[in-house]
Ligand binder design. Structure first.
Ligand code: AVJ
Length: 322
């Protein structure tokens, strides 16, 4: 009942080196948020999701806990649940249970970058859901969407957690267009998005009083020190999290506290920072229903369902090919 395919880039290390070089040489400097998530970074993100100030994970979980049956009905009783960035699938069980209760559940397709977690998740789910087939894919789903198997009887393709917010507009449109191209007429996308709200609450969610988010942000420097032999001094940078209301996104940076030169041995590169210079490490876009309708329509999708938590802080939306 379990089949797992691995499509990992042989040259992930080379891709990282290329990315980091380009980012450090660009003006302003920039690093991609995917490099946050080594083991320590993943642990720190887990801690973030438990902070009082960081509401998105709890809000999304409460929508799934309360409304999965409605979501499954609105998605026309899909037989297959595909999950992009499945991880430990902790929130997914609400959807799987609703599909089981509706009598439509056949197959779960977790797509994740971690082979170990995908195996563990598959093992537990086949025990929890007797008869469930798991067809896992270990890959970077941003690049390997085409590998996702076709499903008879409709697929629900879930992309939860608000990770879409990390993409800049062009990358977001490209990604959603490719999702649209893989969806058949019976398939639906289920997308998690954080919503626009008062800047003070947004900024608190990304600059918590315990400093966990600051540590998470700085951890990317530790990743570069280890993977690329860099000599970043984490104490020479500070965490900056600002809401950009024009672009409707959180803008997260590391600010150099002093004038300094950092050496990245693995890239054979030395990079200078001015005192006060900021390097962007992440954006996290916030949406309204209208904005999301526009984003969908630019990608060949149409919004067909809208589910928020009681406070209206976060949305899960359904979309279908238009
Ligand atoms: C995992 C991308 C959804 O943007 O809220 C949390 C990452 N960064 N705090 C987000 C994050 C700082 C998170 N996502």
């Amino acid at each position: 009942m379990i089949a797992i395919e691995v499509h990992l880039d042989a040259d992930a290390a080379a891709a990282m080196a290329r990315d980091v070089r380009a980012g450090l040489l660009s003006e302003p400097k920039e690093l991609a948020p995917k490099y946050f998530y080594d083991e320590r970074g993943s642990q720190l993100f887990e801690q973030i999701t438990e902070l009082d100030e960081y509401y998105p994970t709890r809000a999304e979980r409460s929508i799934l806990a309360r409304r999965s049956a409605e979501i499954v009905a609105a998605a026309a009783q899909p037989r297959t649940l595909v999950e992009l960035g499945s991880g430990s699938a902790s929130k997914t069980r609400h959807l799987l249970s609703a599909m089981r209760d509706a009598g439509c559940l056949r197959t779960y397709v977790p797509v994740d970058i971690s082979e170990e977690i995908t195996h563990e998740t598959a093992e537990s789910l086949v025990q929890e859901y007797p008869g469930l087939a798991v067809h896992g894919l270990v890959c970077d789903f941003e690049h390997h969407l085409e590998r996702i198997p076709d499903g008879e009887g409709g697929r629900l393709v879930a992309f939860l957690g608000g990770t879409i917010g990390n993409l800049f507009p062009r990358a977001r449109r490209d990604f959603l267009s490719r999702v649209a191209a893989m969806l058949g007429p019976r398939d639906r996308l289920l997308l998690g998005t954080d919503l626009v709200k008062e800047p003070a609450r947004l900024e608190a969610a990304y600059d918590d009083s315990q400093g966990v988010t600051a540590e998470f942000n700085k951890n990317v420097l530790e990743v570069l020190n280890r993977e690329l032999g860099a000599d970043f001094d984490l104490d020479a940078f500070e965490h900056v999290a600002r809401y950009d209301s024009e672009e409707a996104r959180m803008d997260i940076r590391l600010r150099s506290l002093v004038e300094q030169t950092v050496r990245i041995a693995g890239l054979d590169l030395a990079v200078s920072f001015a005192a006060g210079e900021e390097m962007r490490t992440e954006v996290s876009a916030k949406f309204t229903r209208e904005r999301l309708e526009r984003v969908y329509s630019e990608a060949g999708l149409a919004l067909s369902g809208w589910f928020t938590d009681e406070a209206g802080d976060y949305a899960l939306s359904l979309a279908q090919p238009s």
